[in-house]
Design a binder for this molecule. Structure first.
Ligand SMILES: [Zn+2]
Length: 89
């Protein structure tokens, strides 16, 4: 059931200029309020509460997107170490 009082999902209404890559199941997206240079989020295209509720195909797509995002960030920002945080909505 859709909750019409809820805020619109910021990850469904993406700014195309901030999309770094995508496939049928996932999106690599520059965060709109970066807490560090290169702050990037990996978004499943289907709403799931946690990574563990994603299908196996979605989990594989998210992992592939994570690897792709790391390569993009390595090239753009040359981080000494990456900080990975996981958040699901
Ligand atoms: Zn959404």
């Amino acid at each position: 059931m859709t909750d019409h009082t809820a805020k619109p999902c910021p990850f469904c209404q993406r700014d195309p200029a901030r999309v770094l890559g995508e496939d049928d199941l996932s999106v690599i997206y520059q965060d709109g309020f970066p807490v560090s240079p290169g702050h990037t989020v990996i978004i499943p295209k289907r709403h799931v509460a946690t990574l563990f509720e994603a299908s196996e195909a979605e989990q594989l797509a998210l992992l592939k997107a994570l690897n792709c995002a790391k390569a993009l960030l390595d090239e753009a920002h040359h981080p000494g170490r990456l900080q990975h945080r996981y958040q699901s909505i």
